[in-house]
Design a protein around this ligand. Structure first.
Ligand code: SF4
Length: 153
């Protein structure tokens, strides 16, 4: 499938590792002095890492890439620790990625892992920190209603 995904300019990259901080998905690692995208599966294409690069070495391109896989990302993230889980959920929330956020929360629940209080630290333009969580819940309810309606027909 064609989708947005990051592209690293190796000539500009100094290997400082700043982009890894901006990527809670764990898609980036510095190897042999250059940032590398470890797998298309781990890059959501939102470009949170771009602002962390002092060299302007990262941009978004549209190309053929394997689809981003939230469950595979979550497996890695959980192994990295609860603060990384929290950062990832916050990242998805801030980018309005409701479907991925729901998948991530489902993964935690399926594996009996506590869902951290990521939404409390988010500062939204409306000043209401709980609105996105409510939006996620509304989205789930809507899906359940649609399934129920389908079953009745
Ligand atoms: S932040 Fe930029 S310069 Fe530093 S490792 Fe990442 S891509 Fe390279």
């Amino acid at each position: 499938m064609k989708r947005n995904i990051i592209k690293i300019n190796e000539e500009k990259c100094t290997g400082c590792g700043g982009c890894m901080i901006g990527c809670p998905e764990g898609a980036l690692q510095v190897i042999d002095g250059k940032a590398r995208l470890m797998s298309d599966l781990f890059c959501d294409g939102l470009g949170a890492c771009i602002g962390e690069c002092p060299e302007g070495a990262i941009e978004i391109e549209t190309r053929e890439a394997e689809p981003y896989d939230e469950k595979k990302v979550m497996k890695n993230i959980v192994e990295a620790g609860s603060n990384v889980v929290k950062a990832h959920l916050k990242h998805l929330q801030e980018h309005g990625q409701t479907d991925y956020l729901n998948q991530a929360i489902d993964y935690l629940k399926e594996n009996n892992i506590e869902v951290p209080e990521y939404e409390e630290e988010a500062t939204l333009a409306c000043g209401c920190p709980g609105s996105m969580a409510q939006e996620v819940e509304r989205s789930r309810l809507k899906s359940q209603e649609e399934v129920y309606t389908d079953l009745q027909c």
